[in-house]
Design a protein around this ligand. Structure first.
Ligand SMILES: Cc1ncc(CN)c(N)n1
Length: 223
């Protein structure tokens, strides 16, 4: 599955940080089923809060967009976050006795604060491209992880529902559309050879920083 030209280039520029993210011990633990449940739940509670801020950040994309097409694409991602991903968290946590009220009341961990506020700040002080570069590792990284784990995970891993959500058709379509949005937005603002511009390196750096913050976020679930 290809998530577009910019993602492919930014991912390569992130170097070893990308593998640290998508092949993290937490991810491998979900694949082979050895990830301790308590760590997974701690991650999931934090991730619920994370998704609230990420929905806000994609909504900020609507504010920063230049065209109706860009606004629609951002709105579709907000919809996927709120109506596809967050119900997964509510379902799994509910089955473990963690109520929606407890999810709402959870105190944000420093890793969560750092990542979500970095992305929001990228959008507040930067433009649409700054925001998209900071948002990209989140959606596209989980798409890549889901697709790989669907092939490689142990058949009896207790994390199958999580894997199926991110490997599933709806999430994968959201990834392809987000990747296409990034390519269109970059081409509209920076032209057909953006790699030659100084601005490109700033976008690569932003993508790499968000990738490092993803690595730190997995740490919420492993000792
Ligand atoms: C930390 C994190 N990064 C990415 C995703 C996928 N939207 C997520 N749910 N949580």
């Amino acid at each position: 599955m290809s998530y577009g030209r910019c993602f492919t280039a930014w991912r390569a520029a992130a170097g070893s940080h990308w593998d640290d993210y998508v092949r993290h011990r937490f991810v491998q633990g979900m694949a082979d089923g050895t990830l301790p449940r308590a760590g997974f739940l701690n991650y999931l509670v934090q991730d619920y809060r994370f998704l609230i801020h990420f929905s806000r950040a994609w909504a900020l994309g609507i504010v920063k967009a230049d065209t109706l097409d860009e606004m629609r694409a951002c709105a579709a991602t907000v919809d996927a976050l709120i109506n596809l991903e967050m119900p997964l968290h509510i379902r799994i946590c509910g089955a473990e006795g963690i109520t929606p009220e407890a999810l709402e009341a959870a105190e944000e961990a420093p890793q969560n604060l750092a990542y979500t506020r970095y992305v929001l700040e990228s959008g507040f002080s930067g433009d649409f491209l700054d925001l998209l570069a900071a948002l990209a590792p989140c959606v596209l990284g989980y798409g890549e992880i889901g697709a790989r784990l669907a092939q490689e995970a142990a058949p009896d891993t207790p994390y199958r529902e999580w894997i199926d959500t991110y490997a599933g058709e709806d999430f994968q379509r959201a990834c392809v559309e987000a990747g296409a949005l990034i390519d269109r937005a970059v081409a509209a603002r920076l032209g057909d050879t953006p790699e030659a511009l100084p601005r490109w390196q700033a976008l690569e750096r932003r993508f790499a920083t968000a990738t490092r913050l993803e690595v730190a976020f997995w740490g919420l679930g492993v000792a």
